[in-house]
Design a protein around this ligand. Structure first.
Ligand code: CXF
Ligand code: ZN
Length: 377
C-alpha cells in the first residue's frame, strides 16, 4: 500500500521582502495524486528567485519557499504516477510538460495546459500548498517547485528524469537558466550557421545564448554588458566581440552594433529585463530578416514601445518562457550533448555553498559576482 507520511526537514523560508532567508524546520506533506516528493540534492539561484524575494508587491505570498533550479531523487510517489520510480534522478522545472495535452503534443510552443504557468502560491492541480511551519501555519509554494528545502513536492508534469551519469550540479543547471538561453537560440530563434547574434546582458541566460549560438555555428557573436569581467568567460564559450556601453562615448550601442554587423544583426537577444534594452536590441536587428527575442522580465514593469514603421521593415520581436524548451523532450537532449562534450556547462558554475549558507548565494548574485552558485543540501 502506497501511503507516504509527512516529513520534517530544513527549509530556507522567505518571510520578508529582501531580508535574509531563515533556516527553519518545516513539515512537507506527502505527494497527492500525480505528484512526487523529491529529496533535493542541490539547487541554485536564478534571477527570478531574486525578483520574487525582493519585490514588496509580491510579499503577499510570504512566507514562501523559493527556488526552482534543482536536482534530486524521487523519494515517494503519489497515486496515479506512472513511469517514475522511487530513486529516479530528476530535475524539476517551473514550466510543465505533461506530454499529453494539445500544447505538449504540438511540435511548436511549450505552454503545457495541464499545469499552466503560474506565480500563485499553490500547487498547479488543486491550488493548495505542501509546507507547514513549526507553528502549524502554511508556507507557500513557488512555481510548483520550492527547491530551497531538503524535500519538496512537485507535480509530475514538472518533473523530468535525467541520465544518472549526469553529475547533480550539471543537471541542476538544465533546470532553468542554461536551458532557457540555449533553448531560445535553437527553438525560438532557430539561429543558422554563419549568422550574426547580439546578446544584451551576459548573466547565465545571456552566456547560455552565447553557448547556443556557437553550437549553431554563428559567425559573429557580440556580447553587450557594462561589466568588463564578462568578456573572458564569454570568450571561453564562443563570444567573438564585446561591447561595453560605458566605453563608447558619444556613439549609441545601436550605432556601434549596426557598424559591426554591416547594417544590423540577424538575431538579437535581451537577457536582462529592461524595456530600454529591449528596444535597443530590436533597433539593431537587421531590416528584412532580423529577429529579436526577449528573455528578460522587465524589472520595473515598464511597457515596451516600438515604432511600428520599424517593425514594418520586416523585423520581428518575440518572447519566450524557458527558451521554448519542452522539458521532458529537450532536457535529455541537452544532457546527452553535455555528456558527449558538445555542450559546455562547467563554466556556468562559479561558486558553491552549503545549504546553511544559502544567503551567501543571494549576496553573490545581487553583487553580480556569480553566474550560478550551487547550493548543496
Ligand atoms: C521565470 C520567468 C518569469 C516568471 C517567473 C519565472 N522563469 C525562470 O526563471
Ligand atoms: Zn529561473
Amino acid at each position: 500500500e502506497n501511503s507516504p507520511k509527512s516529513i520534517r526537514c530544513k527549509a530556507a523560508v522567505c518571510r520578508a521582502p529582501g531580508e535574509p532567508l531563515v533556516i527553519e524546520e518545516v513539515e512537507v506533506a506527502p505527494p497527492k495524486a500525480f505528484e512526487v516528493r523529491i529529496k533535493i540534492i542541490c539547487t541554485s539561484l536564478c534571477h527570478s528567485d531574486l525578483t520574487f524575494w525582493r519585490r514588496q508587491d509580491l510579499s503577499i505570498f510570504f512566507p514562501r519557499i523559493l527556488g526552482h533550479e534543482a536536482f534530486g531523487f524521487i523519494e515517494s510517489l503519489g497515486d496515479g504516477v506512472k513511469g517514475m520510480e522511487v530513486g529516479d534522478a530528476v530535475v524539476p522545472t517551473f514550466l510543465a510538460n505533461c506530454g499529453e495535452c494539445r500544447e505538449c503534443r504540438a511540435e511548436k510552443g511549450n505552454f503545457c495546459s495541464v499545469a499552466p504557468f503560474s506565480v500563485l502560491p499553490g500547487m498547479p492541480r488543486d491550488g493548495t500548498v505542501r509546507f507547514t511551519d513549526a507553528a502549524g501555519r502554511p508556507v507557500n509554494n513557488f512555481l510548483g517547485v520550492s527547491s530551497f528545502c531538503e524535500y519538496t513536492v512537485v507535480d509530475i508534469s514538472q518533473v523530468t528524469k535525467v541520465d544518472s551519469a549526469l553529475p547533480p550540479e550539471k543537471a541542476c543547471l538544465l533546470s532553468c537558466g542554461v536551458s532557457t538561453g540555449v533553448g531560445a537560440v535553437r527553438k525560438v530563434a532557430a539561429v543558422e550557421a554563419g549568422s550574426s547574434v547580439v546578446i544584451f546582458g551576459l548573466g547565465a541566460v545571456g552566456l547560455a545564448v552565447v553557448e547556443g549560438a556557437r553550437f549553431q555555428g554563428a559567425a559573429k557573436i557580440i556580447g553587450v554588458d557594462v561589466n568588463p569581467d564578462k568578456f573572458d568567460i564569454g570568450k571561453s564559450l564562443g563570444l567573438t566581440h564585446f561591447v561595453n556601453p560605458k566605453d563608447n562615448g558619444e556613439k549609441s550601442v545601436v550605432e556601434i552594433i549596426k557598424e559591426m554587423t554591416d547594417g544590423g544583426a540577424d538575431y538579437c537577444f535581451e537577457c536582462i529585463g529592461l524595456a530600454s534594452l529591449m528596444s535597443d536590441a530590436f533597433n539593431c536587428s537587421r531590416v528584412g530578416v532580423g529577429k529579436t527575442i526577449i528573455l528578460g522580465v522587465e524589472m520595473h514593469g515598464n511597457p515596451l514601445s516600438i515604432d511600428s514603421v520599424e517593425i514594418l521593415k520586416g523585423r520581428c520581436i518575440m518572447g519566450s518562457l524557458f527558451g521554448g524548451i519542452k522539458a521532458k523532450i529537450d532536457i535529455p537532449i541537452l544532457a546527452k550533448q553535455y555528456l558527449n562534450k558538445e555542450l559546455h556547462l562547467d563554466e556556468f558554475i562559479t561558486h558553491e555553498v552549503n545549504f546553511m549558507d544559502i544567503n551567501k548565494a543571494f549576496d553573490l548574485l545581487v553583487q553580480g559576482k556569480s553566474l550560478r552558485c550551487i547550493i548543496w543540501m
